[in-house]
Design a protein. Structure first.
Length: 147
């Protein structure tokens, strides 16, 4: 498990627009959310609040409130985490090569604050429009239901 703090820099070397205050975040977030969002942790499979949620609405970053995903792109992957086939906007999320655990995976971070969201997997044959599975931790997100 990696425990270094999230980088303040995007892969292109520019600062994330929203710089989180670590002390404030530790107050605001529960320990699991903090560990996932700021230490690139993973919530245990099949435990997340939004794993099977079908509520229509918008999923935003729990740290900075930027919109990240919409319920229209959510699908049931059976993998144990909320799964989306695309983010709400291509530039809402940044992708980073993650070489931890001896694997090469694509990590997804919030493009506004740099917080860890989850990983992206391609070509698994889920039959979604993009053939991608954005495997996102529930604790990284906050759902606002459509009214
Ligand atoms: Zn964010």
């Amino acid at each position: 498990m990696k425990h270094e703090e999230m980088s303040a820099l995007k892969p292109d070397g520019t600062l994330y627009p929203f710089q989180a205050n670590v002390a404030e975040l530790k107050e605001k977030l529960d320990p699991l959310s903090y560990k996932v969002l700021r230490e690139a942790g993973t919530e245990p499979a099949f435990t997340g609040e939004y794993t099977n949620t079908e509520t229509e609405g918008v999923y935003s970053c729990k740290v900075c409130s930027q919109e990240l995903f919409r319920s229209e792109a959510k699908f049931h992957s059976g993998c144990g985490w909320p799964s989306f086939y695309q983010p709400t906007e291509g530039d809402a999320v940044v992708l980073i090569d993650d070489r931890s655990f001896g694997m090469v995976r694509t990590e997804a971070r919030c493009a506004n604050c740099g917080s860890h969201l989850g990983h992206v997997f391609k070509g698994e044959g889920y039959g979604t429009p993009t053939d991608e599975r954005w495997c996102i931790n529930s604790v990284s997100l906050r759902l606002e239901a459509k009214r």
